[in-house]
Design a protein around this ligand. Structure first.
Ligand SMILES: [Zn+2]
Length: 101
């Protein structure tokens, strides 16, 4: 394993093979920063996809509609929410990717 010495941009202390500054605990690993950033972007997309699908007012309103066509759409949305919730973030992420084109 190679030795990486990184100077903390916050307090100027030199750190060896650390992701966080030993003095002030600032994140100093660029690789770690990128990983966190990527994870944040991914989580945002998942949240957006879930929020869009889990619009309970829309599904409930449609299910209550006197119009059979809208009721059917309401049930489809309701089913999709149920399936997505069951399968979890993996599918939500996939939907986010598809939606993002
Ligand atoms: Zn520091």
């Amino acid at each position: 394993m190679s030795t990486r010495i990184v100077k903390c941009p916050n307090c100027g202390v030199f750190n060896t093979n650390r992701e966080y500054c030993k003095n002030c605990n600032t994140l100093i690993s660029h690789k770690k920063k990128r990983e966190i950033k990527a994870a944040e972007v991914k989580q945002e997309q998942i949240d957006e996809a879930i929020e869009e699908l889990e619009n309970p007012n829309l599904a409930e309103r449609l299910k209550q509609s006197p119009n059979a066509f809208y009721r059917a759409i309401g049930w489809i949305i309701y089913s999709v929410i149920t399936v997505v919730s069951a399968i979890g973030a993996g599918l939500a992420w996939l939907i986010a990717m598809v939606a993002a084109g």
